[in-house]
Design a protein around this ligand. Structure first.
Ligand code: AMP
Length: 601
C-alpha cells in the first residue's frame, strides 16, 4: 500500500473523478486502519532498516521474514519512547554533514523548522519528498471533502494568505526552512493546484519574498484584482487571515489606487516581488473595479468591517484555515470579517507529520474533528488521565499510561500522540493532547485539546492552554459588552515576586473604563476552576491575578520577533503562556495599565 495518494490513478477523470477516487481511497484505508497501521510500520522499518538509531535498539534482528504483527510488538517493546531532545543529537549530526545512515537510509538534504512559537524553541525535523507528498495528499483529500459540501468553480482562484520563511544552509550544506516553505517550493504545490483546479492569486515571488508585510500587501492587492474569480480564502493558521485583514483596514486606499492605476505602492521594495506583481497588474489598470472596491470599503469602514469578505469577494464560498487549538481565540474576529460565509476548519498536522483530515467540513470549527490518515505515519496513543489530587512530582496535570496502537483507542479518552515517521522519527512524542471523539470507518476522529506542556503553574496549580482560553473568554465577555474587543493575549506565571501569581496580558481595541477592566481581572481570577489554583488562592499562597493591558501593536512586535528569528507567518501561533525573557520584556515595556484581582480578597 502506497503511503501517498499521489500514487492514485488520478490523471484521467478531471477534478470530480479525482475527488471520488481519493475519498474512495481514504474510505478503503480507514476501513481497516489497524491493519494499515501495522503495514505502515513494516514499510517504515524496511525502508530504514540498519540505520544507526534503530540498530541501537533492535540490533541485527532480521525483519525481512517477520510477520508484520510480530514486528509491531517487537518494535514497541524494544524501541523506547523518545522526545525530540533524544533525537536531536542525530539530527544535529545530519545538519553538520554526517552522511552515514543515522535515522533514514535515504540521505536527508532538507530540514524543517517547527514554528517554535508554542514553546519558544524551534526544532529541526527531517524533511523528505514523502513530506511534500503527504501534504499534497491531505490537501487534495480535504479539498475533495469540501467540494462535496461547498462546490467551487473549476479554474477559479484562491486568495491564499501564505508565507515562506527565509531558507538557510546548515554547516553540512542542508537546506533549512519551515515545512510549509519547502512545500510551497515543491512540485507538489503546483500539482495540488492542477489536481484541485484552483489556482492561488499570488505568484511564487510573493509567497517566498521573506517580508510578511510586503507579501500581505501583494496577496491582498492580487486577491482584489482577481476578486470576482476568488472561490475561497485560506491560510495555514487563522491568525494570518485576521492579521491580513487588520492590515487591510489601514491600507485599502493604497491598494485601490494600485488597482486603478495598474501601479504598485512604494512600500513594496523587494525587486522580484515588484516585478512579478507588476507583470500581472500593470497592463490592466482597472478604474471601475477600484471605485467599486472603494465604495464598498467606505461603507465597510462605517460598519467596523463586518462582512468584509462577502462584500469584497462576492463569489467566495467559504473561509478555510486551522481554527482549532490556539487559533480558537481568533474565531470571533474571523466571523466578524466573514459575515455569513461558512468557516471551514482545516486539517491537523505538525512539522513532524500530517495526522488527520476534516471529513465534516460543514461542522462549525468548534465541533471539528480530524480523521487519522493511517498511511502517513505509525501513530501510537498514550492514554492521559487528569489528576484530581496534587501530585507535586507530576510534570503536568496528567498521569500517563502505556501507549496503545490506533486500533485500541477508546472514544472519550484523552491521549498524547506518539509518532513513528517515514522521515526518521521513532516513537517520538508530539506533545499534543487529543481526545477520541468517534470513528470514520475504522480510523479514529480526534478532537484537538491543547499543547501538553504549555501550562500555567505556580505551585500545586496546573492550568492548560485550554483552561486559560476559557478563562480569557469569560473575562473578555465583559469587554465586549463595553464595545471593545480583545486583539490578542498571553500569560506568564510570575514566581519571582512572592507570592507567585498569574499575569495575563491583553491587547485591546477600543476605549474601556478602568472599572470594567478591573472587573474583567476579577472575573478571570475567579474563573480558574483548577482545584490547586482555587485552594492556593484561598490560602493566599498564590497572589491575586494581574491583568496587564499592553499598547496597540504589542503582539505585532512579538510576531516580528519570531519572524526575525526564522519563523514563518504561515506557522505562527501566539504563545499563550510564556517565560521567554525577550517576550516578557516586550510585554512589560509595552504595558500601559495593570490591575490586581479582588477575587478571594
Ligand atoms: P509546528 O510544529 O510549528 O508545525 O506546529 C504544529 C503544531 O500546531 C501541532 O503540534 C499542534 O499543536 C498545532 N496544530 C496543528 N494543526 C492543528 C489543528 N488543526 N488544530 C489545532 N492545533 C493544530
Amino acid at each position: 500500500m502506497e503511503p501517498a495518494a499521489a500514487s492514485l490513478s488520478i490523471e484521467t477523470n478531471g477534478s470530480h473523478g479525482y475527488d471520488v477516487d481519493i475519498i474512495a481511497w481514504f474510505d478503503h484505508v480507514s476501513e481497516k486502519a489497524g491493519l494499515v497501521q501495522t503495514e505502515t510500520l513494516r514499510r517504515i522499518l524496511e525502508l530504514n532498516w540498519g540505520v544507526e538509531y534503530l540498530k541501537k535498539w533492535l540490533g541485527d534482528i532480521k525483519i525481512q521474514d517477520m510477520d508484520a504483527c510480530a514486528l509491531e510488538s517487537l518494535y514497541t517493546s524494544l524501541v523506547p519512547l523518545a522526545s525530540h531532545a533524544d533525537l536531536e543529537p542525530y539530527i544535529q549530526r545530519i545538519a553538520d554533514g554526517d552522511t552515514t545512515p543515522l535515522l533514514t537510509q535515504q540521505p536527508i538534504t532538507t530540514l524543517s523548522l517547527s514554528s517554535g512559537t508554542t514553546e519558544g524553541r524551534q526544532k529541526f525535523v527531517p524533511f523528505t519528498r514523502h513530506s511534500s507528498q503527504t501534504t499534497l495528499n491531505i490537501f487534495s483529500l480535504a479539498a475533495a471533502y469540501r467540494s462535496r459540501v461547498y462546490p467551487i468553480r473549476e479554474g477559479g482562484k484562491i486568495l491564499e494568505l501564505i508565507y515562506s520563511s527565509k531558507q538557510f544552509k546548515t554547516k553540512g550544506g542542508l537546506t533549512v526552512g519551515t515545512a510549509t516553505t519547502h512545500y510551497y517550493a515543491s512540485e507538489e504545490f503546483k500539482i495540488k493546484q492542477e489536481k484541485t483546479k484552483s489556482f492561488t492569486c499570488s505568484p511564487a515571488e510573493v509567497i517566498s519574498g521573506g517580508d510578511y508585510k510586503q507579501s500581505t500587501y501583494c496577496h491582498l492587492l492580487l486577491g482584489l484584482f482577481f476578486c470576482d474569480q476568488v472561490e475561497f480564502i485560506t491560510s495555514t493558521f487563522a491568525y494570518s487571515i485576521v492579521q491580513a485583514f487588520g492590515a487591510f483596514e489601514e491600507m485599502w486606499k493604497e491598494i485601490c489606487n494600485d488597482i486603478k492605476e495598474g501601479s504598485l505602492s512604494t512600500r513594496i521594495t523587494l525587486p522580484k516581488m515588484r516585478t512579478s506583481v507588476l507583470d500581472i497588474i500593470s497592463s490592466s489598470p482597472n478604474p471601475s473595479l477600484a471605485s467599486r472596491i472603494e465604495e464598498n470599503c467606505k461603507k465597510l469602514e462605517n460598519l467596523d468591517w463586518v462582512g468584509l469578505i462577502p462584500k469584497l469577494w462576492p463569489n467566495a464560498k467559504y473561509v478555510y484555515s486551522i481554527m482549532t487549538g490556539s487559533m480558537q481565540p481568533y474565531m470571533k474576529k474571523l466571523r466578524h470579517y466573514a459575515g455569513g460565509i461558512p468557516l471551514v476548519s482545516a486539517d491537523y498536522g505538525s512539522t513532524e507529520s500530517w495526522i488527520g483530515v476534516n471529513v465534516d467540513p460543514s461542522l462549525p470549527p468548534e465541533n471539528v474533528t480530524f480523521a487519522v490518515i493511517p498511511t502517513f505515519s505509525y501513530f501510537e496513543f498514550m492514554p492521559l488521565y487528569r489528576q484530581n489530587q496534587d501530585f507535586s512530582t507530576a510534570i503536568d496535570d496528567f498521569i500517563e499510561d502505556e501507549p496503545v496502537p490506533l486500533s485500541k483507542v477508546k472514544v472519550g479518552q484523552e491521549y498524547e500522540i506518539v509518532l513513528t515517521t517515514f522521515t526518521g522519527l521513532y516513537r517520538c512524542r508530539l506533545g499534543d493532547v487529543v481526545e477520541v471523539a468517534g470513528f470514520h470507518k475504522g480510523t479514529p476522529k480526534l478532537n484537538f485539546i491543547c499543547r501538553r506542556k504549555l501550562i500555567l503553574t505556580v505551585n500545586i496549580d496546573k492550568n492548560t492552554e485550554k483552561d486559560l482560553q476559557q478563562v480569557v473568554e469569560r473575562g473578555s465577555q465583559l469587554l465586549n459588552k463595553a464595545r471593545a474587543e480583545l486583539v490578542d493575549f498571553t500569560s506568564h506565571a510570575d514566581v519571582v515576586n512572592q507570592p507567585g501569581h498569574y499575569v495575563i496580558y491583553w491587547e485591546i481595541k477600543g476605549e474601556v473604563e478602568e472599572g470594567v477592566l478591573r472587573e474583567c481581572c476579577r472575573e478571570m481570577d475567579a474563573s480558574f476552576v483548577d482545584h490547586g489554583y482555587v485552594v492556593s488562592r484561598k490560602a493566599h499562597s498564590i497572589g491575586p491575578l494581574e491583568l496587564c493591558i499592553v499598547e496597540r501593536g504589542t503582539f505585532k512586535k512579538i510576531l516580528d520577533y519570531f519572524v526575525g528569528n526564522g519563523a514563518a507567518l504561515s506557522q505562527f501561533k501566539t504563545p499563550r503562556c510564556t517565560s521567554n525573557q525577550v517576550l516578557l520584556s516586550i510585554l512589560n515595556m509595552c504595558a500601559i495599565k495593570r490591575f490586581s484581582s479582588t477575587a478571594y480578597a
